[in-house]
Every structure is written in structure tokens, then in C-alpha cells.
Ligand binder design. Structure first.
Ligand code: HPA
Length: 245
């Protein structure tokens, strides 16, 4: 079963059928919301809104350990994390759907590992690359079949939020090699790695990052959120179709 963690603009998954809700209690507390297990296209899928129902939780207050563990307890075999991001590089314009291949973690103070309190043996989990190559390939193939444009090379900078960045911070991220910037990509990806679950991120660019283009969040953001999330949904739906010969 595929696990899908939705973010801003994807707090509900339209088209998920035969839904059963699972309130999962984990050793790390409760997930942000009951997990909805159902059929999406031709595949079974477990959907969890990262910020909770009605988008209650800001990025730094999300219980990432409980969210990822809840999907693990339900037996998901891979996880796609959908995230709204800002564009830094020239070709990362609002409305683009992006499949990052690498990340830089700028977050701090988040419960970011299962081997924290001695409850899980210490493991220095491999994280290069942070996103599962086979899952990325499957998403790229699905995007091609569905006729959805998907940018396949990007470094995802993950900041603490909830505030947006300063112009100097975005300049630094650009110098570091970041192409896009979001607030929720970590520690989610690393926690999946600790549990041995292949993870990929589908990022929807919803604004230019601070100091780039017109920069900042403006009225058009809703249009880009809707446009990008619709693309993400189509790519995920197409995952269940057989690969071309
Ligand atoms: N910065 C950080 N996170 C974001 C942004 C941004 O510009 N847009 C959407 N998520």
C-alpha cells in the first residue's frame, strides 16, 4: 500500500474511494489526523494530512514521528510527501511540479529521530540520496504517461518557519545550491529512512522565494496551489497504471 502525506492545498484527497478511517496511536503520540485508507485509481492508498484536519498545525509543531510511524503501523510500503514550496532557481516558477533529488536541512528543535531516547537502537541511517530512486523513477514514468510536466532535478532546502525567509537567507540558500524552499520536508524524509520506507517528495511551487521575481506570497498563490496540487494528484493516480513495455 502507498502512503501519501498531504500538505498545504492537499488536506483532503478528492477521488479516494471506499474510505475507512484509522485513528492510529503510536509510541510517539497520535498522528495529526485519522489516516484514511481507501482506493485511489487502481491502488490502495493511506492518506494523512500532515497539518491535521483544517490545517491546524504549523510546520514546527507537527509530530512528524507520529505521522510517519502511523503509516508504518498500517503497513505502507512507500511514502510520497507532497509539499508546497517557494521557487529559488529560475526554472522553479510558481505552478511547477518538482521531484527533488536531494535536500539540505535547515530545521532545528524538531523531534527528528526514532533513536532519540534510547527506545530505538542508535542507527546512522544512510541518507544519500534522501529520496528513493525507484520511487522517483515510478513518479517520473507516471508523469510522462499522464502528460504532466514534472521537473526532476532540484535541491530542496527545508527551513524552520513558520515565517518566510529574508532576502539574505534565500540568497544563502541559493549559494548552498537549493532550488526550492519549503518547511515540512524534514524530518519527515529522514524518519521514513529510519523505518526503511522508500520516500519521495512531490513539491508544488506556489510562490517565488523572498527577493526572487516578485517574491513573497501574493493573491495568485491560491491559483498556483490548486494548479500544482491537481498535477500532483494526477501523477499519484497514474502510479497504479502498468509501465509501458
Ligand atoms: N519559503 C518556505 N516555505 C514555503 C515557501 C517559501 O517561500 N512557499 C511555500 N512554502
Amino acid at each position: 500500500m502507498l502512503g501519501l502525506i498531504g500538505g498545504t492545498g492537499l488536506n483532503q484527497l478528492a477521488g479516494l474511494e471506499d474510505v475507512r478511517e484509522h485513528r492510529v496511536d503510536t509510541p510517539y503520540g497520535e498522528a495529526a489526523a485519522p489516516v484514511q485508507v481507501g482506493r485511489f485509481g487502481d491502488q490502495s492508498l493511506a492518506f494523512l494530512p500532515r497539518h491535521g484536519r483544517g490545517h491546524r498545525l504549523p510546520p514546527h509543531a507537527i509530530n512528524y514521528r507520529a505521522n510517519v510511524h502511523a503509516l508504518h503501523q498500517l503497513g505502507v510500503e512507500s511514502i510520497i510527501g507532497v509539499a508546497a514550496v517557494g521557487g529559488i532557481s529560475a526554472h522553479m516558477a510558481p505552478g511547477e511540479l518538482v521531484l527533488p533529488h536531494d535536500l539540505i536541512d535547515y530545521t532545528w528543535g524538531r523531534e527528528h529521530s526514532y533513536s532519540q531516547d534510547g527506545d530505538v537502537p542508535l542507527q546512522h541511517v544512510e541518507f544519500a540520496p534522501p529520496y528513493a530512486p525507484a520511487l522517483r523513477e515510478a513518479l517520473l514514468a507516471s508523469a510522462r504517461r499522464q502528460g504532466v510536466g514534472l521537473r526532476q532535478q532540484a535541491v530542496h532546502g527545508v527551513t524552520q518557519g513558520p515565517r518566510l525567509e529574508t532576502v539574505a537567507e534565500i540568497r544563502r540558500l541559493g549559494r548552498d545550491g537549493c532550488d526550492i524552499v519549503g518547511m515540512t520536508g524534514m524530518p519527515e524524509a529522514a524518519l521514513a529512512a529510519e523505518l526503511g520506507i522508500p520516500y519521495a517528495c512531490l513539491a508544488v511551487v506556489v510562490n517565488w522565494a523572498a527577493g526572487i521575481g516578485q517574491g513573497g506570497i501574493h493573491e495568485e498563490i491560491e491559483r498556483f496551489v490548486e494548479m500544482g496540487m491537481d498535477k500532483a494528484r494526477r501523477v499519484i493516480e497514474g502510479l497504479s497504471q502498468p509501465a509501458e513495455a
